[in-house]
Design a protein around this ligand. Structure first.
Ligand code: UD1
Ligand code: UDP
Length: 353
């Protein structure tokens, strides 16, 4: 069988790396990079570190407004599907690259398979929520990371082709954890000790594009008595500069460029607490037994909150500070995201398309 995989943004490289290792044992994979992320530290570093094969095609779309970016991907992907004639198109998560591939595949012959199906934040203001709902409703195979994701789909009448595979990021993080401990020098490089620092990431449009929210988040992080390591997404650096917040942030936080996967897993594993608005980071912190403070009003990874390992604080400075100071998750941690065999389950689920 021929599977055309479409990836384009940082978290998709990490998830696809785990699945590709299994997929290529059984099937032919054509790997397409849309070019949504293109900086060395947002893209190339993951291909090198995770041993992802060179993409067969790179659409090179770059950054743009949502409509223009998605449309350019759609045109390129339609051509590729027509020339490659895959049996299935495999997409990940909820980015514009996901949606473009879903629309292209749904109108053509191949089956559409969606990894991370069924996630819902129920916040339609998030571009990702639109992308994931539309992709799920176009998909033929829906690989859900949890029982709750399966329920979310059922509540929307989507039951055909749904399979609870567990979460592929669990596979990814377990692959990386020991390698990161052995190989990463990031703690020494930054001069931080395990358990002594906060690790922060911010990149959601809702936080970066609103100057008041971004200022509140940065202030609350800087007020923590511990060192705050902040590998900043390029979007966030741009907005900090536009809003006149960059110099102060650089003085009060340990701002770095985005780091590679092994360094980031090491930083998450050894942090006292993680503060983020990322989807993937919430889960990885959970898998690595590091408490998480999520600077959003809601999350699609609600199991982590129910388990007491993740606290939702929005962009409320006092709530952020309080949660960082008091993060104390229960000793018992459920495993709602499977047993780190999602990649194999996803490839099994493609067998009969
Ligand atoms: C995208 C996804 C988001 C995901 C995130 C992962 C959508 C709608 N959003 O958000 O769901 O969580 O990726 O990181 O698809 N930029 C660079 N260099 C790069 C990439 C981006 O400088 O290599 C800058 C550009 O100024 C760009 C901005 O970051 O305009 C935003 O990039 P974009 O891919 O549009 O959205 P993300 O915020 O990265
Ligand atoms: N990540 C990384 N380096 C960084 C920040 C994040 O390797 O400097 C990884 C992180 O381990 C996780 C993924 O990127 O696997 C999360 O991506 P991001 O937060 O950009 O997107 P989201 O998951 O919110 O869509």
């Amino acid at each position: 069988m021929k599977v055309l995989t479409v990836i384009g943004a940082r978290p998709q490289f990490i998830k696809a790396a785990a699945v590709s290792r299994e997929l290529r044992e059984r099937h032919e994979e054509v790997l397409v990079h849309t070019g949504q992320h293109y900086d060395e530290e947002m893209s190339d570093v993951f291909f090198e570190e995770l041993g992802i094969p060179e993409p067969d095609a790179n659409l090179g779309v770059g950054s743009d407004d949502h409509g223009a970016q998605t449309a350019e991907m759609l045109v390129g992907l339609e051509d590729l599907i027509a020339s490659e004639r895959p049996d299935a198109v495999l997409v990940y998560g909820d980015t514009n690259s996901t949606l473009a591939a879903a629309i292209a595949a749904a109108k053509m012959d191949p089956a559409l398979a969606h990894v991370e199906a069924g996630l819902r934040s129920y916040n339609r203001e998030m571009p990702e929520e639109i992308n994931r709902v539309l992709t799920d409703h176009a998909a033929d195979r829906l690989f859900a990371p949890s029982a709750r994701a399966v329920e979310n789909l059922a509540a929307e009448g989507v039951t055909d082709g749904v399979r609870d595979t567990g979460d592929v990021m669990y596979d990814a993080v377990l692959w990386a954890r020991d390698r990161a401990t052995d190989r990463s020098t990031v703690l020494d490089d930054l001069g931080v000790d395990p358990g002594e620092y906060v690790l922060a990431t911010v990149h959601r449009a809702a936080n970066t594009d609103d100057p008041d929210r971004l200022a509140a988040v940065l202030d609350a992080l800087a007020a923590d008595p511990r060192e705050v390591v902040f590998p900043a997404h390029p979007r966030t650096v741009n907005r900090m500069r536009e809003h006149g917040l960059y110099d102060e942030a650089r003085d009060r936080l340990t701002l770095t460029d985005p780091v590679g996967y092994l360094d980031f897993v090491r930083l998450q594993d050894a942090a006292a607490v993680v503060a983020t608005d990322s989807g993937g980071v919430q889960k990885e912190a959970f898998f690595l037994d590091t408490p998480c403070v999520t600077m959003r009003e809601e999350t699609e990874w609600r199991e982590t909150v129910a388990a007491g390992w993740n606290t939702l604080v929005g962009a409320d400075g006092e709530a952020i500070s309080r949660a960082l100071a008091s993060a104390d998750p229960p000793a018992d941690k459920p495993q709602p995201y499977g047993d780190a065999t999602a990649a194999a389950a996803i490839v099994d689920g493609l067998d009969d398309v």
